[in-house]
Write a protein that binds this ligand. Structure first.
Ligand SMILES: [Zn+2]
Length: 431
C-alpha cells in the first residue's frame, strides 16, 4: 500500500493526528498535511530502535561491477545502485542492522572460510568508514548506546553454516570477529543440517549439528533458523537453551514456500522465547509472485540447457518481457506480521527485510527508506505503540539479552567443545 498525501484542510489533519498520535509524538505542521499514521510511525521510531534482521549490502560491495570488494568506491554517502545507502537508512529510521556476511553455499572455486573472512573484512571496513553514522555493535547494550548517539548499530550475521567447514574452532573464531548470528544453512544441505530448499538427508540436525547449536549457545551467537528445513527448525528448538531467531522468513500458512515458517514451529516460539523477523522477499509474501518465480525457474532451467549462453540470456530476457512479475505489496508483508503475531504472539515477531539480497521488492517497500510506511500501515490496522515497539526492536533486544545471559551461564558450566563431526556422526560425513 502506498501512502496518500491529500491536501486536507489543516483542521481535519490536526484532528486526525490528535486521535492517531501518541502523547510523545512529534510530527510537523504545515502544508500539505502529513499522513497522520506516517507521522505517528516516524515519532515512534524516534523513541525505539528499529532493528532489521537481514541486509545483504556486504555481498553487493563484493560483487560491485566496476570496483569489486572496494568499500571506498561503493560510497554510501552517494545514492547507491541497490536498496541501501546512508541517506535512505536515515529516511527509513533504521536504528540497528544485522549486515549479512553471506557466503554462497554452491561455489566451487574457493574455500568457504576464505570467502567468509573476506566478507567479515568488507563489512568491518564498511562500518569503520562512516563513524559519524555507523557504530559497530556486539551486544544489546551496544545497540541502545548507538541509538542514543544517533548511530546505526551495526551487527554481523553469518548466512550459512557451511562457512565453519565442520569445525567448532572456526565457529568460535567467527564469534571473536564479531558474528552475532549464524543461519545454520543457506540453500544447500550440509553434512550436519538439512536446508529448506535442498533434500533432507538427516531429518534435521545430526549429532554434530546439535553440538554446533550448543556451542553457539555457549558463545552467545544467535541460532538463525531462516533457510533451514522444518526438521532442522524442530531439532534446533529441542536443543537450544537460548531463544532462536529467523532473520528473514515469513509465514508458511499464508504462502506455502519452503523458506517460510510453519504454524507448528511458530507455536513453539513462546516457550523458546525466539523471534521471527518477517521478510519482504516477494516470493515469500505473495502467492502470485511465488508462482511467477517458480515458472521463471523452470524457464531458466530449460534455457540453461542451450549451448549458446548469449542466446540463452536473450531468451531469458524475452521470457521476462513476456511474463512481467506480479506485484507483491506492503499490505501482504503486514499480513505476515499479523499472522506471526496471531500464532506465536506479539513477543515473537520482528522485521528482517533482506534488502540488497533480492532483485524485486514489494510495492511500498522499495528500499530501506520505506520502513516507516510499514509501521504506518500497522498503525492503521490498530496496533498499539507498545506492540509496535516490540516489533521494531524490543523483542530482538530481549532475545539478544537472553542469549548473552545464557552464554555467561554456560561458560561457567562447560569448556569450549572440542568434539568433531567424525566423533559424533561417524562415517556419515562426506567432506
Ligand atoms: Zn537469505
Amino acid at each position: 500500500m502506498t501512502i496518500l498525501r491529500p491536501a486536507r484542510p489543516l483542521l481535519l489533519a490536526l484532528l486526525l493526528r490528535a486521535f492517531a498520535m501518541p502523547a510523545d509524538a512529534g510530527g510537523q505542521t504545515g502544508s500539505p498535511a502529513p499522513d497522520a499514521a506516517l507521522a505517528h510511525a516516524r515519532a515512534l521510531l524516534k523513541s525505539t530502535p528499529l532493528i532489521d534482521g537481514h541486509n545483504d549490502l556486504p555481498w553487493e560491495i563484493r560483487r560491485a561491477k566496476d570496483h569489486p570488494f572496494d568499500v571506498a568506491a561503493y560510497d554510501l554517502r552517494k545514492p547507491a545502485p541497490k536498496h541501501t545507502d546512508l541517506a535512505r537508512l536515515e529516511a527509513g529510521q533504521v536504528g540497528a542492522q544485522f549486515w549479512s556476511i553471506y557466503v554462497d553455499g554452491e561455489m566451487k572455486d574457493s574455500g568457504y572460510a576464505r570467502v567468509q573472512l573476506e566478507q567479515f573484512d568488507i563489512a568491518r571496513r564498511m562500518i569503520a568508514r562512516y563513524p559519524d553514522r555507523l557504530a559497530a555493535a556486539l551486544t544489546a547494550d551496544d545497540i541502545e548506546r548507538a541509538f542514543k548517539r544517533h548511530r546505526l548499530g551495526s551487527l554481523l550475521g553469518m548466512e550459512g553454516g557451511h562457512a565453519i567447514e565442520n569445525s567448532l574452532g572456526v565457529l568460535r573464531s567467527y564469534y571473536a570477529l564479531g558474528a552475532r548470528y549464524m543461519t545454520l544453512t543457506h540453500n544447500v544441505t550440509l553434512d550436519w543440517a538439512d536446508a529448506a530448499l535442498d533434500s533432507a538427508r538427516h531429518g534435521g540436525l545430526t549429532e554434530f549439528g546439535k553440538e554446533v547449536v550448543r556451542e553457539m549457545n555457549r558463545l552467545g551467537m544467535l541460532v538463525d533458523l531462516s533457510h533451514v528445513s522444518p526438521g532442522t527448525m524442530s531439532d534446533a528448538l529441542d536443543v537450544s537453551e537460548a531463544p532462536v531467531i529467523f532473520s528473514h522468513s515469513a509465514a508458511r500458512a499464508l504462502v506455502d514456500h519452503p523458506r517460510n515458517v510453519p504454524d507448528s514451529i511458530l507455536a513453539r516460539l513462546p516457550k523458546n522465547g525466539g523471534v521471527v523477523m518477517v521478510t519482504f522477499v516477494p516470493a515469500f509474501v505473495s502467492n502470485e509472485f511465488k508462482d511467477w518465480d517458480a515458472a521463471g525457474d523452470s524457464a531458466r532451467k530449460a534455457l540453461r540447457a542451450l549451448p549458446d549462453t548469449a542466446e540463452s540470456q536473450r531468451q531469458w530476457e524475452q521470457w521476462k518481457g513476456a511474463h512481467p512479475p506480479p506485484a507483491a505489496t506492503l499490505s501482504q508483508v503486514a499480513d505476515h506480521i499479523e499472522h506471526v503475531r496471531q500464532v506465536a504472539g506479539v513477543d515473537h515477531v520482528g522485521i528482517g527485510s533482506d534488502f540488497d539480497g533480492v532483485d524485486y521488492t514489494p510495492v511500498g517497500l522499495e528500499d530501506v527508506s520505506k520502513f516507516p510506511d510499514l509501521f504506518a500501515e500497522l498503525i492503521r490496522r490498530g496496533w498499539s505503540d507498545a506492540d509496535l515497539k516490540k516489533l521494531a526492536g524490543q523483542n530482538l533486544l530481549r532475545v539478544l539479552r537472553q542469549a548473552e545471559a545464557t552464554a555467561v551461564r554456560l561458560q561457567r558450566e562447560r569448556e569450549p567443545s572440542t568434539r568433531t563431526i567424525e566423533q559424533l556422526d561417524g562415517g556419515k560425513t562426506t567432506s
